[in-house]
Ligand binder design. Structure first.
Ligand SMILES: [Zn+2]
Length: 335
């Protein structure tokens, strides 16, 4: 089943599966040099075979090296391409087929698909209007790669930056598309006709699939706010993100948030955000599991009135989240 996972194990690469990707404790590429011990589980990733885009593709944000699964074997084992292919053949399952992927969905509805016209490429290759907008909002090339963010110049999402919303298995289930030409409709999400899965929040694709690994989740209303927090806090295996897509609080989302030990609510400082925050507190307080061990900590970030995460400095966002986590930790420390 997990060809990529098996290959990592056989190569001796210690990695953790988060959503549709495996993140290595240390970048295994010879180009990396001495790893920085402060950067655990964040520099190097490889797409799982369940990934819809380029399974087996890997990339290191630090040494900027990457490639296909075969190239990984070549580099790590220091062998030729033919030897790498032959070695891969010896591992139970074959590596994912390069072209043909047959999809069969025996019961459920038709698989969700992004509208036509969305393109994926490094941010530096976006047209200048889209890129200028993204840069003004602080979005980085790494984030475009990490979250598979696209850009559309035609179709229903024309002139929008398209952030796909993927579930834990990496399947696209919805999107949040922000205009970069000042369209009066700032955000577009999938219509009911497109059959989005509305229980999925942006951020889930990077959550730990192992519940033990779910430490802190920062809950925001929109994906751009989530990206701002991610930049401020730097990718860390302790932190996850969840964007509600507006301020609607639904039970299925709350049940998912309840799988984290600590929930930091960072909804907007306005009436809707305040309502969402109250509902999250209420929902998580009545979640099942009353034993002290199962207790869930909830805190919230105080935004200055009228500003959202994208307007605030990374230092402010970081200190607010740390303050929040610190405040929640204190009462439990003495037990
Ligand atoms: Zn590296």
């Amino acid at each position: 089943m997990r060809a990529v996972g098996d290959v990592l194990e056989r190569l001796g690469i210690s990695a953790e599966r988060r959503g549709r990707r495996w993140w290595a404790e240390q970048c295994p590429l010879p180009s990396h040099g001495a790893p920085n011990p402060a950067h655990r589980y964040q520099n190097w990733f490889i797409r799982d075979d369940e990934s819809e885009e380029r399974p087996g593709q890997h990339w290191c944000f630090s040494c900027k090296n990457g490639g296909t699964l075969v190239q990984l074997v070549e580099e790590v084992r220091n062998v030729t391409r033919e030897e790498a292919r032959a070695w891969l053949e010896t591992i139970g399952d074959r590596p994912p087929p390069p072209v043909l992927r047959v999809r069969f969905d025996p019961v459920g509805p038709r698989r969700f698909a992004l509208p036509a016209g969305v393109e994926f490429m490094p941010m530096r290759d976006w047209n200048s209007v889209a890129r200028d907008y993204a840069e003004r909002r602080g979005i980085t090339d790494e984030q475009v790669e990490r979250w598979g963010i696209g850009v559309a110049h035609e179709g229903r999402l024309a002139n929008r930056i398209v952030v796909p919303i993927r579930d834990l298995r990496g399947r696209v289930t919805n999107y949040s598309a922000r205009t970069f030409v000042n369209d009066p409709v700032r955000y577009l999400a999938a219509s009911e006709r497109e059959r989005p899965d509305l229980s999925v929040m942006w951020g889930e694709e990077q959550w730990s699939s192992d519940l033990i690994g779910r430490a802190i989740v920062v809950v925001v209303e929109g994906v751009l706010n989530g990206l701002a927090f991610e930049r401020a806090l730097a990718p860390s295996s302790l932190l996850s993100f969840a964007a509600l897509q507006g301020s609607d609080v639904d039970d299925r989302k709350m049940a998912k948030l309840a799988s984290f030990r600590t929930v930091v609510v960072a909804t907007d400082n306005d009436r809707a955000g305040e309502k969402a925050r109250r509902e999250i507190y209420a929902a998580l307080a009545r979640a099942p599991g009353t034993a002290d061990r199962a207790r869930r900590d909830v805190g919230h970030v105080e935004f200055p009135a009228g500003s959202d995460a994208c307007d605030l400095t990374p230092e402010f966002l970081r200190s607010e989240v740390l303050r929040c986590v610190g405040t929640i930790d204190r009462p439990t420390a003495g037990r």
